[in-house]
Design a binder for this molecule. Structure first.
Ligand code: SF4
Ligand code: SF4
Length: 410
């Protein structure tokens, strides 16, 4: 696509990058066919091709409007369009830049600003989140159903992580990100991971100083704040990286997609660029680790339940790991049912379920209809956001797939 980006934007690294991305788009519209918001709303401005055009208009000097901001806000950043695009357009990066450009030129309604600020000050901080969650869990029986469903039940890990990590004979060491929401809402995910990896002779290390991966701030266009979270994690992990850990394991695919981009986001930071790049190279989703290991199949007794796997967008589109979890589970003998339109987002998408509640609920309804079509007894996911979102309305239990695997060891 030809562009007439103004000198003002071409002088900035971001503007130049956005211009290059737009020029790689040939305007074919293939991506529109797999865009969840275009499927729901049928408006070209709510499609990837339309949003690319809206960002192009900003770069060419047109006045940034609230209408443009709304169409960009409605994008889930699910990156399904990237998977479909035959020209390799980096839409995810483009929409991040587009949002920052438009946010710098327009003012949001006050209530929207408050919501976004509150999310940034709550979600990435496990202690604050734990206080809110515990209060919600105490009040849960007294709340109306529509609120009550949003609060996950208290989860106790089957085995405390500190009881798992301590075998001195284990020489293979890997870092694990505890995460913010996951560490509070579903601590069993990482303890199940530690338990499985211990059986494979891998010891996990989790420095306390590491925290949120930065995705919440990044998706709310607070890029400097996101970079601070990234630098903090790099500092926390670096001593163990220098000691030779072989991977940084992430069990929430949303966080994994973010950490794999540290090298890209911090490329212009002279102090952190090299370290960030190393961190991104070492980062692996737990499915990548288990796919490369020889699993002791003789010690796994798969449940006979009919199971539906929800493949998070951050796993299949963000990290390009489509089919990896399904292959592991099938190899271990689990029965997975077919899920229609598995490429579509469930509507969780970070803070989208709160900021775009109506669209998010429509997508959730569609996703659960697809997941529950063949009457599964269990739904498994690979990302905490999707897991909690699905759990709020699903008629069967929802858990992380590593919990299922861990429970199946004999
Ligand atoms: S599929 Fe790719 S090249 Fe075609 S319109 Fe969409 S982003 Fe542009
Ligand atoms: S990221 Fe998802 S919602 Fe956004 S334009 Fe692409 S396909 Fe549509």
């Amino acid at each position: 696509m030809q562009t007439q980006t103004t000198e003002y934007y071409l002088k900035s690294a971001q503007g130049k990058e956005a211009d290059n991305i737009i020029r790689s788009c040939v305007h074919c519209g293939f991506c529109n066919a797999t865009c969840p918001t275009y499927q729901l709303l049928g408006d070209e401005r709510d499609s990837p091709r339309g949003r690319i055009y809206l960002i192009k208009q900003i770069l060419e000097g047109q006045t940034a409007s609230h209408s443009t901001q709304t169409h960009l806000d409605r994008c889930l950043t699910c990156r399904s369009c990237e998977t479909t695009c035959p020209s390799g357009v980096q839409y995810g990066r483009l929409v991040d830049i587009g949002r920052q450009l438009i946010n710098a030129k327009t003012t949001r309604p006050f209530t929207d600003q408050i919501k976004r600020f509150a999310l940034r000050k709550l979600l990435p901080y496990p202690r604050r989140l734990a206080t809110i969650l515990k209060t919600g869990q105490l009040l849960k029986p007294y709340l109306p159903k529509r609120f009550n469903q949003q609060i996950p039940d208290r989860q106790k890990p089957r085995m405390q992580a500190e009881h798992i990590h301590k075998d001195p004979a284990q020489t293979r060491k890997m870092l694990i990100l505890q995460g913010c929401v996951q560490s509070i809402a579903t601590p069993n995910t990482n303890s199940a991971t530690a338990n499985i990896l211990q059986k494979l002779g891998i010891q996990l290390i989790s420095p306390k100083q590491a925290g949120c991966c930065g995705a919440v701030s990044q998706h709310l266009s607070a890029e400097q704040e996101a970079m601070d979270f990234m630098r903090r994690n790099i500092d926390a992990w670096w001593p163990d990286i220098e000691q030779g850990v072989s991977a940084i394991i992430i069990t929430a695919s949303g966080c994994g997609a973010m950490v794999k981009e540290y090298g890209y986001v911090l490329q212009h930071d002279p102090q952190y660029a090299d370290k960030a790049s190393k961190v991104s190279t070492l980062t692996k989703d737990i499915s990548e680790i288990l796919a490369a290991e020889k699993l002791p199949l003789e010690r796994i007794k798969p449940s006979t339940q009919n199971i539906a796997f929800q493949s998070p967008c951050t796993l299949q589109h963000g990290q390009k790991l489509d089919g990896v979890v399904e292959t592991i589970l099938t190899r271990c003998g689990f029965k997975l049912s077919h899920v229609d339109d598995a490429y579509l987002c469930c509507g969780s998408a970070g803070t989208y379920s709160i900021l775009q509640a109506k669209l998010s609920q429509q997508l959730l309804h569609n996703k659960l209809t697809a997941l529950q079509k063949h009457q599964p007894e269990l739904i498994v996911s690979a990302n905490i956001g999707c897991q909690l979102h699905l759990q709020s309305q699903a008629s069967v239990p929802v858990k992380h797939w590593v919990e299922l695997l861990d429970e199946s060891f004999i």
